[in-house]
Design a protein around this ligand. Sequence first.
Ligand SMILES: [Zn+2]
Length: 325
Amino acid sequence: MEEVIIAVDLGGTNVRVAAVNPEGKILHKISFPTDASRGRERVTENILSKIHEFLRRFPEEEFEVIGGGFGIPGAIALDRGIVSQSPNLPGWEGFDIRSRLQGGFRMPIFIENDANAFSLGEGWLGAARGVKDFCCLTLGTGVGGGIVLNGDIWHGTEGKAGEIGHMIIDVDGPPCQCGSRGCLEAFASGSAIRRMAIEAIKGDEKTDLVERCGGELETITSKMVYESARSGDRLSRGIFQKMGMYLGVGLANLVNLLNVELLVIGGRVCEAFDLFIDPARRELEERALGSMGKRVKVERARCGDDAGILGAAYLVKRELERRKR
Ligand SMILES: [Zn+2]
């Protein structure tokens, strides 16, 4: 009988479900909209029914489903399995997600924050394979993060550790989603790239972005800035350099604090990796103490969109192995 793990990456927009074998091979995967506006009960009900439908592909005679791993956006009080903070799934605070999910299955269920699951995935089969101390950053609409120390996620007292995106880079910086100012997320996310580009254009700089957005600056997206940068637009290239510089400051802070061996950078914004990594490395080398900035490796994430799923699967694999011991 073949062992199979059900891995779920629950995002604010889409849910991805995969069957993963203990070696990390994805046997089958599906994706469907989260429909977060329907509220937590109906969203979880929908996920449970989709997973049960999915499980029919793995008949009991041939497969042994050994467990389910879930990556969830938001902080989780892991001792109780309760969502303690959830900006991407409004109304989920206080939700006993573990009991709710466990109630739907016979197999053991494990949950983890999504950025932490991403980090576990990269640690298992990606850029951080074999590395014990590393940090992961996911640059998307926001900036997520995970800290892995001695092979394990650092959760902190309340399970909220690893909010690398809210590391403060500039005390008087632009407002951040979280209510503070000048967080890394306000400089190194997709939303930040968009904001910086609009501000720069208003400062009367010449750019083909104006044409790209048909003169409607508010419709500019980070993707447009990326495409303009690729086509050689000076302003757009400058935005990615500026973003890289701030990212480098954040990386230097991480290295000074944790002296990790490796920094892994993933997320959608990484399509522009070559456009921002040089200024980021430069800043990191200049600002980190002593030789730490030169020694630390900075690498692009390797598991792509599957990192979260692989990490959720690894969570199950690791916990079941621990229980056996
Ligand atoms: Zn913030």
